[in-house]
Design a protein around this ligand. Structure first.
Ligand SMILES: Cc1cc2nc3c(=O)[nH]c(=O)nc-3n(C[C@H](O)[C@H](O)[C@H](O)COP(=O)(O)OP(=O)(O)OC[C@H]3O[C@@H](n4cnc5c(N)ncnc54)[C@H](O)[C@@H]3O)c2cc1C
Length: 477
């Protein structure tokens, strides 16, 4: 049985469901409104597929004004709202409820402006992450945060979750690369926060919205920083006979003040599953592997990789495999970025993203192994090691309620452990419904109350993404 509770839908809204859907169809163009059951089913879950709820209706606006119209309507009707990008959230951030209307930004997918001189792009919220780098790649630029889901996930979802990715070790996560947003508020008012200049005056509202998990309003446009591509880049694979050696090596590289552009960790099971699918050339006879990428001019890459190799040798590295061509490098990254998808082919999984200081990685990996062994579940570790951002993929069978309970319990214990070791519940996937009830492990009641009061300034009726991020209270709990 799932431990994650969803509040009972508001019976008054359910009683008016047909009338609400009819009113919506009259209000917005036909292609923007999905009310039939089959159409709504497509929006009943996200990448945390264990949880499903059929939404009341779905609105797919094409403009900021249509978003504003939709939000005014929801307010008048007293209906909850679930903003949605591509639905790749691993934390259940985009899972709807039966009394909520999903507002999906997928039709707002245009790159509106590219300014190379001032190094920004202005895009609609439904543009995919990868589409930004593709739009500016020809001129030698890119958008740095690169979630492994970048082919599908949208910049609006990235902003809401403050997403990261393999190359965020050097370039920072979404908040470090976001310059401004257009935000539609609960009452349909439109707010511009930040913009093409580096910083805006006044309180840092942009900082709140980035990571606001869709609870403060709907982002319809964003200004993002674009950066010149490095002169060159080369990943190297380092294979170790123990998790201990590999994770100590990570801590030692970071401790030496080296900042490679990416430093990813994969354990034996993750390597095996991924290699079977992607044929990336990973070594199959090691317990753990690091992919460490350096970039810059050829001498810069050589110098950094020599320092890293010395550290790896001091940590008993057994296999060292340099990428010898752009094609090999692409293959190495294709493998890493398809690791979750490859895992999904063999089992259901939940992916935790608790984060620990890099010095705690050896202890954290030991504890993850023990927790999963206690529950009798397999685990594959594949994560952004340089940031200490762990991703144990806990394998289970979704159709077996007892296994689901075990997987949720193991996941919760892993996240509690991250906090105990001086880290936090989420490095990049957000809280959503998945970690909602664990927030009290990280924050005191006073801290949670402060966060909720800030949220209430943006959303006084509490209608955006209810029952997420904050532990449930009262009857719903
Ligand atoms: C295979 C796979 C790999 C992944 N790898 C990574 C990774 O490396 N790094 C990482 O950080 N994440 C990763 N993720 C998680 C996920 O892709 C990110 O959280 C992503 O940012 C979600 O974007 P989305 O467009 O799919 O948003 P959705 O899943 O649709 O929504 C996510 C949240 O954002 C809110 N939201 C969406 N759009 C808006 C908007 N316009 N305005 C306001 N709120 C909005 C939603 O309400 C929800 O709370 C991965 C997921 C998968 C399935």
């Amino acid at each position: 049985m799932s431990q994650i509770a969803f509040p009972t839908p508001d019976p008054a809204i359910l009683a008016r469901a047909d009338a609400i859907r009819t009113a919506l169809r009259a209000l917005l163009p036909r292609e923007c409104v999905v009310t039939d059951e089959a159409g709504r089913r497509a929006f009943e879950t996200d990448a945390l597929t264990a949880y499903r709820r059929l939404p009341l209706a779905v609105i797919l606006p094409r403009t900021t004004e249509e978003v504003a119209t939709a939000l005014r309507f929801c307010r008048e009707q007293g209906v909850n709202i679930v903003p949605r990008g591509a639905g790749t959230s691993l934390a259940g951030g985009a899972v709807p409820q039966e009394d909520a209307i999903v507002i999906g930004l997928s039709k707002m997918n245009r790159v509106l402006e590219i300014n190379y001189a001032d190094r920004y792009a202005r895009v609609e919220a439904g543009v995919t992450n990868l589409a930004i780098s593709e739009a500016v790649g020809e001129k030698g630029f890119f958008y740095a945060p690169d979630p492994s889901s970048q082919l599908a996930c949208t910049i609006g979802g990235n902003i809401a979750m403050n997403s990261g990715g393999a190359h965020c070790l050097k370039y920072g996560v979404t908040s470090n690369n976001l310059m401004g947003v257009r935000l539609v508020m609960f009452d349909g008012d439109i707010l511009d926060l930040g913009g093409p200049a580096l910083d805006a005056d006044g309180l840092d509202f942009l900082g709140l919205v980035c990571g606001g998990e869709g609870q403060l309003g709907i982002v319809t446009e964003a200004y993002v920083r674009i950066l010149p591509l490095a002169e060159g880049a080369r990943p190297v694979l380092f294979g170790f006979d123990s998790a201990e050696d590999a994770s100590r090596c990570v801590a030692a590289v970071i401790g030496a003040g080296i900042v490679p552009v990416a430093m990813e960790y994969m354990d034996r099971l993750a390597i095996e599953i991924t290699e079977n699918f992607a044929h990336a050339g990973y070594p199959l006879d090691v317990e753990a592997m690091l992919i460490i990428e350096s970039e810059g001019s050829a001498p810069e890459i050589e110098a950094e990789q020599k320092r890293i190799l010395d550290i790896a040798r001091a940590h008993n590295v057994r296999v060292v495999k340099e990428s010898m061509s752009a094609m090999e490098s692409a293959q190495i990254w294709k493998g890493r970025k398809s690791a979750f998808g490859a895992t999904g082919r063999i089992a259901d999984y939940i992916c935790m993203d608790g984060t620990v200081p890099t010095g705690q990685l050896p202890e954290a990996l030991r504890r993850v192994a023990k927790i999963c062994a206690d529950e009798g579940l397999r685990v594959a570790n594949v994560f952004h090691a340089g940031d200490g951002n762990m991703h144990p993929l806990i394998l289970y069978n979704m159709n077996d309620p007892a296994e689901q309970e075990k997987a949720e319990r193991a996941g919760a214990r892993v996240l509690e452990m991250s906090v105990e070791l001086g880290g936090c519940l989420t490095g990049e996937h957000g809280v959503g419904v998945e970690k909602r009830d664990l927030m009290s492990k990280q924050y005191t009641p006073q801290e949670l109350a402060q966060q909720k009061s800030v949220r209430a300034v943006f959303d006084p009726d509490g209608r955006f993404n209810p029952a997420k991020v904050f532990p449930l209270t009262g009857r719903a709990a």
